[in-house]
Write a protein that binds this ligand. Structure first.
Ligand code: ADP
Ligand code: TRP
Length: 332
């Protein structure tokens, strides 16, 4: 059985881009019985930017409830928090010795910050903490610790998986085959979902539709979607955000019928009302489940507790092998 692992950072409110680009595909994968899935909340990864107690706490529950409300079945997927698997941090310390510093200098997230600093005339490392600099090592530890074969991620994370593979190879070459080499799984057909303003939906653009926005908020956001100035009865091009979203939520038939209406000419107001109804019907049960779980966090705690226990079992075995490989004396 192949092992699949992925992590989500608790750094903000999950939006439809996250849902269609990352959460839904990972949940679909977990329905395939050829795979054993480990999905986790990367809370120590979030600490590079989320340095407020209440925020980290709330975002962590938010991500856990999001996975579950979007349909993750805890009997099929081991759902856990990174911080509950302390072996991660031991492995990260060990692996830092097998990670060339130059590789970290070239990691995209760090490089982008350095370039921004240079452009702004600041010291090149201004505002950069070691958590950000060593982020790829911690991520490598997450992946190698549980022996992941495949890691589903967005294209922005591809380099991190390559780094994990490189570090695993350096280690294996020195100490013999200890780690399996992970491969990234990038869903090609899910392009970037567009946001309210027509750009990629992203929290950094402030153009997002949160997955669990309440009905009134959802309606308001749908009404804010930018459209062109085609008059109400004129035919509409299908290259617009309303139709793109409609296609994601509707069946093929529904999308076809909607396309015909747009091409015949319905007003943007009517089109938005139809989109809202469709989205709301899709999202309402998920929203209800989300709200229920948020009000019953003991259910979430129990799932995370079980998940952590399973993840730790695997982790302990890996650490045992690694310690032995490098020559750590075991006295217990
Ligand atoms: P944001 O851009 O809002 O900060 P993140 O970087 O936290 O989002 O996204 C986490 C994951 O969600 C990404 O790796 C990617 O797979 C997916 N994702 C985010 N935004 C989109 C989008 N607009 N379309 C498709 N997938 C997305
Ligand atoms: N770095 C990933 C992101 O920003 C989150 C993450 C942390 C992760 N550890 C991981 C993803 C391990 C896959 C595997 O989205």
């Amino acid at each position: 059985m192949k092992r699949i692992l992925t992590g989500v950072k608790p750094t903000g409110i999950a939006h439809l881009g996250n849902y269609f680009g990352a959460i839904k595909p990972a949940i679909e994968l977990s329905k395939n019985s050829d795979y054993e899935c480990y999905y986790f909340i990367a809370d120590y990864h979030a600490l590079t930017t989320v340095q407020n107690q209440e925020e980290l706490f709330e975002y962590t529950y938010h991500i856990a409830c999001t996975w579950l409300a979007c349909g993750l079945d805890p009997n099929k997927v081991v759902l856990y928090k990174q911080s509950d698997v302390p072996q991660t941090f031991e492995l990260s310390t060990i692996l830092s010795n097998f990670t060339p510093k130059g590789l970290m200098n070239r990691a995209h997230a760090y490089k982008a910050k350095v370039e921004a600093n240079e452009e702004a005339g600041e010291d090149k490392d201004y505002g950069i903490n070691m958590g950000l600099y060593c982020y790829p090592i911690l991520m490598t530890a997450d992946i190698l610790l549980l022996g992941a074969d495949f890691v589903p991620v967005g294209i922005d994370q591809k380099q991190h998986i390559e780094i994990a593979r490189d570090v695993a190879s350096y280690f294996n070459r020195k100490y013999g085959n200890t780690f399996s080499l992970p491969e990234e799984l990038i869903s090609e057909n899910v392009g970037a979902l567009v946001g309210l303003d027509g750009r990629k939906m992203s929290k950094s653009y402030g153009n997002v539709i949160p997955i669990f926005a309440d009905e009134a908020k959802l309606k308001k956001l749908v009404n804010r979607i930018v459209t062109d100035s085609t008059a109400p009865d004129e035919p509409k091009s299908l290259d617009n955000t309303i139709y793109k979203l409609y296609k994601l939520f509707g069946t093929e038939e529904q999308a076809k019928a909607f396309a015909q209406k747009l091409q015949k000419g319905i007003s943007w107001g009517e089109a938005k009302a139809e989109l809202f109804n469709l989205m709301n019907a899709y999202l309402s049960p998920m929203r209800e489940k989300y709200n229920y779980l948020q009000q019953h966090r003991e259910i979430v705690d129990e799932i995370l507790r079980n998940g952590a226990q399973k993840a730790r079992e695997l982790a302990k075995q890996t650490i045992k092998n690694v310690r032995k490989a490098i020559g750590v004396v075991e006295v217990e």
